[in-house]
Design a protein around this ligand. Structure first.
Ligand code: ADP
Ligand code: MG
Length: 413
């Protein structure tokens, strides 16, 4: 007969053990902040990412799933983490990439660890779930239909004018999106998808300006939200080429107020309790602001570096504090600035692109360690100056670095 080892006495001064889950290389600031907060930090990643420049000095132990096992293999991940828990008193689990949000919610539920659970995580990962909830709560969304009941799809195609976008429900990076113009085209694609079709949705292509709001929510209240406008819609960049750039929406403008108002409703209705989010909106020609998508993570393509340049707030580091505390201690946003900023990022034909010829005093951040990519963030107290700089850099980047954007390397904001 086996005996159960006695539970060790609880030591209130023992550090909190946090497990960071990362199926992509990102989040070094998050990891480093966990260490600064006094945590014992474990990293669970993939064997193929072990050579990446993780902030090893801030990590106590690194674990990797073997080649051939995906982070989405829930049973494999549960087995691995439960095995770790035999000897490590894991109290927090955090996803560093969007693709890890669901498996981490699943782990938390299985291991009874505090943080965002599966019901809420679903609204921040599944485009069908977020749209349905938003529409049901009166937030405008482009008209959509799930690829489920065929008569309903036919009714939709007869009612909603073309073009339509066929989107994967849980992918990021606009490259999986198809623009379709004829009902027959739609059916051909759906039929070719076969059993995968239910993982897609169809929605009305709504031309307009695309915005992103990057936010911190504490106890269901939006405490910090920065509005930016992509200079060109991402879909256009991924499918047609071009340079990724985004800039702060004029502060105090009617547009900013409208975006913040709609954003607040999205956060409330999708039910995130605390954390960081990246949410996208389209403003159509008639001025309506449509909710496009949201994610419970820091925005990609170095948006966090832009937000830090203009506000002094590092979203990765604030997120780490929030994940560790889980509402047990009151959260206080550090003092912040409200400058204007712009970010420009593109693929470069050079392996280590040289930006030393870019010398404007407004440059607040330079991409340093990213092979075949080039990026700058600028800061100013004048919105017009940001537009001027970005327009100039778009032209110069094209001349100095332009490379054709392969689908696989497309940006994920
Ligand atoms: N309904 C739509 N109408 C017009 N453009 C859209 C629509 N949906 C998406 N897009 C464009 O495609 C991009 C990617 O779509 P999105 O839903 O954000 O998916 P992803 O998860 O791939 O970022 C958006 O940033 C926008 O440029
Ligand atoms: Mg998007």
């Amino acid at each position: 007969m086996s005996t159960i080892p006695p539970a060790p006495p609880q030591d209130p001064s023992a550090p909190t053990t946090i497990l960071c889950v990362a199926s992509f290389f990102k989040g070094n600031d998050f990891i480093d902040q966990c260490k600064k907060e006094g945590c014992k930090v474990l990293l669970l990643t993939l064997e193929s990412l072990l050579q990446k420049p993780w902030v090893r000095e801030s990590i106590d132990e690194v674990f990797a799933l073997p080649i051939g096992t995906a982070m989405t293999d829930r049973r494999a991940v549960i087995n691995a983490v439960a095995y770790l828990m035999r000897t490590h008193d894991i109290q927090r689990i955090a996803p560093l990439d969007d693709y890890d949000v669901e498996v981490v919610a699943h782990l938390r539920e299985h291991l009874r660890i505090p943080g965002m659970g599966e019901t809420t995580a679903r609204y921040f990962r599944d485009k069908l779930a977020m749209r349905t909830r938003a529409r049901d709560r009166g937030i405008p969304v482009p008209e959509f239909v799930p690829i489920l009941h065929h008569p309903r799809i036919n009714e939709y195609l007869a009612r909603v004018p073309a073009p339509w976008l066929l989107k994967p429900r849980s992918e990021a990076s606009a490259s999986g999106i198809k623009k379709l113009h004829q009902p027959q085209e739609v059916w051909d694609v759906i039929n070719a998808l076969g059993d995968d079709a239910s993982f897609y949705l169809l929605e009305h292509f709504t031309p307009g300006e695309v915005f992103h709001v990057d936010a911190i929510t504490i106890e269901r209240e939006v405490l910090f939200a920065e509005c930016h406008q992509y200079r060109r819609p991402l879909l256009q960049i991924v499918q047609g080429g071009g340079i990724f750039a985004t800039r702060t929406v004029p502060r105090g403008s009617a547009l900013e107020r409208q975006l913040l108002e709609t954003h607040k409703r999205v956060i409330k209705e999708l039910g995130i309790v605390r954390g960081v989010t990246h949410t996208e909106f389209i403003r159509a020609a008639d001025g309506t602001i449509y909710f496009l998508e949201t994610a419970a993570r820091v925005g990609g393509v170095h948006i966090a570096d832009l937000v830090e340049a203009t506000t002094g707030i590092n979203l990765w580091r604030e997120w780490a504090k929030i994940e560790i505390s889980q509402g047990e201690q009151p959260y206080k946003l550090p003092p912040r600035r409200a400058d204007y900023g712009g970010l420009i990022v593109t693929l470069a034909k050079q392996e280590s692109p040289d930006t030393s010829a870019y010398r404007e005093p407004e440059i607040a951040w330079r991409m340093s360690d990213n092979a075949h990519h080039v990026g700058l963030a600028v800061r100013s107290d004048r919105s017009e100056r940001i537009d001027e700089l970005l327009a100039d850099y778009e032209r110069r980047f094209t001349e100095d670095f332009a490379a054709v954007l392969p689908q696989a390397a497309s940006p994920t904001a």
